[in-house]
Design a protein around this ligand. Structure first.
Ligand code: NAD
Ligand code: WQD
Length: 336
């Protein structure tokens, strides 16, 4: 298949590009580098040993997208492009709604004009909102999100469902990711958050590198086995392989499917810290701090549907995630 990756220079897109090519597909990347670097593209070519066409453009730019779809015939699009920082979305809601919705609308309109009606979308477990029970199943009611970022994912899911309802030729797979961490085992591509990281694993790797002094553990009075928040951490390479299966599933069928991509296993903040220390032989100093607003006790997937529908399940464990995340940080102390 010829597959377009919007936002393909980002954390998850770059790993997915590698796995799609390894499975025999060809990929084209479109990215405006608002949260990534052209160096990611160079490294994708280095790891894969293949040339990957790259278009530097905003996915919301109609002319640029028209030109792209006129040049290539895509069998499927994986739509990663979007802004993703939860806290920033609270500060800059209009920027988040504008970017995430406009990219999707322009992309889908262009796809429709060119008869490409197969899309895999990067949604998020955040659409489940504050869960009544875990594990989370795709058929559970989404009660609403706690921040504008989450609402953009929720709205885009609804938009894509509507597109499918209106035109049964569309094939849509909405992938709800849980907590992607880790990096490619080569240590050449990984996660590059700018500034002080908000997410747990990049924060831990910066503490390990000595760039940050200690980890603040946000609360130890949650209803979990050790009181700290429990999440479903998934290795980014497993996640990338889930996209390969999703593209193969989406091609040549019709309708809309929602699929969780998680491991089904929840680990606490302290489980992650202890595993990181053990695997990498580095102490992570931490202190217990107040809870972070909006955090929930526990969030993890029921991964059965992904196994049944896509034939996919996560294979890597928490040790792999901790080892590979540190390997990337160690080899790339300043990012790309
Ligand atoms: P990322 O920021 O590394 O990648 C997103 C890419 O999209 C970046 O390269 C960025 O430059 C590009 N981009 C953003 N707006 C664009 C635009 N208007 N035009 C062209 N390119 C644009 O993020 P990621 O972690 O790789 O996430 C990929 C997708 O998965 C995002 O949609 C994100 O919301 C979603 N997601 C991520 C997580 C996570 O924890 N990383 C969890 C659930 C869902
Ligand atoms: C994990 C756990 C924190 C940082 C976010 C988004 C979600 C999705 C994935 C995109 C929690 C604790 C964290 C720190 C800590 N992204 N923590 N100290 O919040 O589960 O999910 O990323 O869709 O939408 O909300 O991930 O990595 O921020 O936090 O104690 O410095 O680590 O309280 O229990 P989260 P996270």
């Amino acid at each position: 298949m010829q597959i377009l990756l919007t936002g393909g220079a980002g954390f998850i897109g770059s790993h997915t590009a590698i796995e799609l090519m390894a499975a025999g597909h060809s990929v084209v990347i479109v990215d405006n580098f608002v949260n990534s670097s052209p160096e990611a593209h160079r490294r994708i070519e280095e790891i894969s040993g293949q040339k990957v066409p790259l278009v530097e453009a905003d996915v919301a730019d109609r002319d640029a997208m028209e030109a792209l779809f006129s040049e290539y015939q895509f069998d499927c699009v994986v739509h990663f492009a979007g802004l993703k920082a939860v806290g920033e979305s609270v500060q800059q809601p209009l920027r988040y709604y504008r970017n995430n919705l406009d990219t999707t609308l322009t992309l889908c309109e262009t796809m429709q004009r060119h008869g490409c009606k197969c899309i895999v979308f990067s949604s998020s477990a955040t659409v489940y909102g504050v869960p009544d029970e875990v594990p989370l199943r795709e058929d559970m009611f989404c009660k609403g999100c706690t921040n504008p970022y989450g609402w953009t994912k929720y709205m885009i899911e609804k938009i894509l469902m509507g597109v499918c309802d209106a035109d049964p030729e569309w094939s849509v797979v909405l992938l709800r990711y849980f907590n992607p961490i880790g990096a490619h085992e080569s240590g050449r591509i990984g996660e590059n958050p700018s500034g002080i990281p908000n997410n747990l694993m990049p924060y831990i790797t910066r503490v390990a590198a000595g760039t940050l002094e200690k980890l603040h553990v946000f609360g130890n009075d949650y209803q979990t086995h050790d009181g700290t928040g429990v999440r479903d951490y998934i290795h980014v390479v497993d996640l990338a392989k889930g996209h390969v299966k999703a593209c193969q599933y989406a091609e040549g069928r019709q309708g809309c499917d929602i699929v969780n991509l998680g491991t089904g296993v929840g680990y606490s903040v302290l489980d992650l810290v202890k595993t990181f220390e053990k695997v990498n032989g580095i102490q992570i100093p931490y202190e217990i701090s107040p809870r972070r607003a909006g955090d929930v006790d526990a969030c993890f997937a029921d991964p059965k549907k992904a196994a049944e529908v896509l034939g996919w399940r996560a294979e890597k464990n928490l040790e792999d995630m901790c080892r590979d995340a540190w390997n990337y940080q160690k080899n790339n102390p300043k990012g790309y």
